[in-house]
Design a protein around this ligand. Sequence first.
Ligand SMILES: *Cc1c(COP(=O)(O)O)cnc(C)c1O
Length: 476
Amino acid sequence: MSITRPIHASIPSVDRILKLAAVAALIAEYGRDAVVSAVRDDVDRLRAALGQRDGATASDATPESIATRVGASLRAAATGSLQAVFNLTGTVLHTNLGRAVLPQEAIEAIAHAAGNAVNLEFDLAEGRRGDRDRHVEALLTQITGAEAAAVVNNNAAAVLLALNTLAQKKEVIVSRGELIEIGGEFRMPEIMKRAGCRLVEVGTTNRTHLKDYAEAIGPRTALIMKVHPSNYQILGFVKSVDETSLAKLARERGLPLISDLGAGALLDLRRWGLPYEHTPAEMIVAGVDLVTFSGDKLVGGPQAGMIVGRRALIERINRNALKRAVRVDKLRIAGLAAVLRLYANPDRLAKSLPLLRHLCRSPADIEAQARRVLPAMAQALAGRATVTVEGGESQIGSGSLPADRLPSFALAIRPMVARREASARVEALSRAFRALPVPVIGRVHDGALYFDLRCLDDEERLLQQLVHLAGHVKRH
Ligand SMILES: *Cc1c(COP(=O)(O)O)cnc(C)c1O
């Protein structure tokens, strides 16, 4: 515990701090107003810490240490809070880490659209207003076999818009086994309410039959909906109705069938030895009228929500005023179109699409990388923690294929302390890695910090910055 003595009297005046040479340099770089305000903030915080146990010490109140903190906070503000990190969590599509990393083609297309006026909603041949979705519609219909397509802000918006367009003030039939929560407040019953629909639940949590749907159809029914139970799986005594049977029922009763696929792998992933996931194309073949899915899950593109299916329904969706509120900008259209164009050559996709490249990495390749990185990591943590290479499992993430794991390898870092202290020291280590110039995000589990290397592209950059660790992790 630090010695708490009154430091009020020893806090230097703002004027005195501003006269320091180091602070003059900050003024030259960031401007006088920003520096004065940062100094005032720091001094205010020092005063507030006054008298609090472990709050501040006299050494925190020297003009030099104030200048150092002010410099750090100005630098942090100038770089902004959004920064690149190493995703070594073992979750490839990590929602909190921005999901799919985009391919070079998309990055260039986005930069190009950003720096130029573009024919976003302008028909060059006719010289009049055009439609922004047409830049991706042909690609989407080609890949999925659907008649038409629309694109919106994300899949949550796609579901909301489709339901609101086709079923406002009416009933939507959904199986009880599919009333999912995706996280971040995306709960199917809530979305239904927001879309202005009445949810009619059929079947039970584990079993729903075709006759359950059939019996629920009434004069107020607008549509039947299937929801991909993305992030969980029910095992055991289970029955659900496949899209082909449901589509037949829907057609007989004159209702549309819509399917919210969520992750929406555009091609059958088994082609790359990955687990099977429904594709939008299969849904269309099965007779589903509209399919919704995300742009930044298994498609591997930017955040977007795709709606593909029958032209008449897509046209109704496009006429809904809500569409305007959830449309995508030119940057995302440019990025998404570039990603979709890569699908024209599936043989190259495992190289050209970072998502697929990460998912397809062989355990042997990841293990070899782990063994390359191990010595530098062990040296950086020498005397503080042991580092070993261990087999483990990555997951795809973002509610895709929850039960399927990909064999992988990780660096396991264990602090050299007694067991009862281990958890605090692992947290400290984890914090130190997060404080690196390019923060390294791992996973803490059972007294160890794990770095799954499946998504490690820039090995050099990771190794270079390990020298900064020495300053962060205190030895005792
Ligand atoms: C992820 C998911 C959503 C939400 O998609 P976002 O693109 O994150 O808005 C909706 N439905 C299902 C089934 C999902 O898996």
